[in-house]
Ligand binder design. Structure first.
Ligand SMILES: *Cc1c(COP(=O)(O)O)cnc(C)c1O
Length: 403
């Protein structure tokens, strides 16, 4: 479409009209497998491409868009803060950051009164590992098979998928993987050298696998017994996604460190590493970030957290999620192996590779995510309407029954 074809200046100085897709293809790093869509606008759980085609968004910014797109309160907070102060590193105090820290820690489990602010999920995990090693004076970290914790070297060392890890070895030493949701295997691995155990409450990238209550309680006890810290990674499950503000509330978990990001700031890049009472006082200078605690992101986050509460979005995710799971369970298709999830974090495991099914959904105006090779993952904004969900259910019924 004309509007989004830009005049592109070649190195020779000549200008040439090119599409968004060609420009990105020529200049992007190449690390992303791209879909053939140019998304230019959003509102609530709806996205539009450059030609004005409308889509129901079940990608939800890969978990960053719990509040939906173009949320007016978040847009207003960003705009107000931008006209006042954007840059203010943590060497200074700041009014907006202070309000955010008070709000964020008020939502966290009791006893988590401190937070280190980051700009992404992987940085929140890096900080968690550094603080756990600093605090315990131990090095060993235990993670889970199928777990995902990010792509920077430390977090990547805890991520399971070989495809992400293999090209970059050697990774950070003394990080070990045991099967998820298996207390016996964790008990065998944990010892007096263990600084921390890191767990997702629902494994997201690994295929939407929730753990059991006994597993989480057992893991927490094992950590206490051995003097290790329990790190819960709620980067994907946090901020209402599973039907509670944090998924750990379903299991009454009291982690020592909680990592969050994705929807923390209504889609603006931000993360946080929340610290419990068993984490030692941290010495000035041992860690830091130029953009961490940035007032613009803090303003967005404060507005997002207030909106999550005002609009009762965790509650909404619980109700709509239960409805969606129930309707999906009614689909009778020989292709379906399993339907599972919590709140509006749903995985549909099928007996074939999902790529053609994701494409078939796109043709029907629905954007969804894979999780591994055989799971269709739905992470819609929590503001999605019941009517939109019905269209998703209808489309899934169609594609899973088509020959
Ligand atoms: C997405 C994700 C991360 C990494 O977050 P980034 O912001 O992409 O670095 C870490 N842990 C979990 C559970 C995630 O889902």
């Amino acid at each position: 479409m004309e509007l989004y074809t830009k005049d592109y200046t070649l190195p020779s100085g000549q200008t040439k009209p090119m599409t968004i897709k060609t420009i990105e293809t020529q200049h992007t790093s190449g690390v992303y497998a791209k879909r053939d869509l140019v998304i230019v606008r959003g509102e609530g759980a709806t996205l539009w491409d450059e030609q004005g085609n409308e889509y129901i968004d079940c990608v939800g910014g890969q978990g960053a868009a719990n509040l939906g797109h173009a949320h007016p309160a978040i847009a207003a907070a960003i705009s107000e803060q931008a006209t006042r102060l954007i840059s203010c590193p943590e060497m200074f105090y700041n009014d907006t950051r202070a309000k955010l820290l008070a709000k964020l820690t008020s939502l966290a489990p009791a006893g988590m009164q401190r937070a280190f602010l980051t700009n992404s999920g992987t940085e929140a995990v890096e900080a968690a590992f550094k603080f756990a090693r600093f605090s315990t004076k131990r090095t060993k970290i235990i993670a889970s098979m199928r777990g995902f914790h990010g792509r920077s070297m430390g977090a990547l060392s805890a991520t399971w998928n070989k495809k992400y890890r293999a090209p970059f070895t050697p990774l950070v030493p003394d990080i070990h993987h045991v099967p998820y949701n298996n207390l016996e295997k964790l008990a065998t691995e944990i010892d007096e050298n263990t600084a921390a155990v890191i767990l997702e409450v629902v494994q997201g990238e690994g295929g939407v696998h929730p753990g059991d209550a006994e597993y989480f309680q057992g893991a927490q006890e094992l950590c206490r017994q051995h003097g290790a810290l329990l790190i819960i990674d709620e980067i994907q499950t946090g901020f209402g996604r599973t039907g509670k503000m944090f998924a750990l509330e379903h299991f009454d978990l009291q982690p020592d460190i909680l990592t969050v990001a994705k929807s923390i700031a209504g889609g603006v890049p931000m993360g946080a590493t929340l610290l419990g009472e068993r984490v030692a006082e941290l010495a000035p200078g041992i860690h830091g970030s130029t953009f961490g605690g940035n007032p613009l992101a803090a303003a967005a986050s404060l507005a997002a957290l207030n909106a999550l509460e005002d609009e009762q979005l965790p509650q909404r995710a619980a109700e709509l999620g239960a409805y969606l799971l129930n309707e999906l369970n009614k689909i009778e298709s020989p292709l379906i192996r399993d339907v599972r999830g919590m709140g509006l974090m749903i995985g549909i495991e099928i007996k074939q590779k999902v790529a053609p099914f994701i494409a078939a959904l796109t043709e029907r105006g629905i954007l969804a995510l894979p999780a591994g090779l055989t799971v269709i993952r739905l992470l819609p904004p929590l503001v999605i309407t019941r009517e939109q969900l019905d269209r998703v259910i209808e489309a899934l019924t169609e594609i899973l029954n088509a020959e």
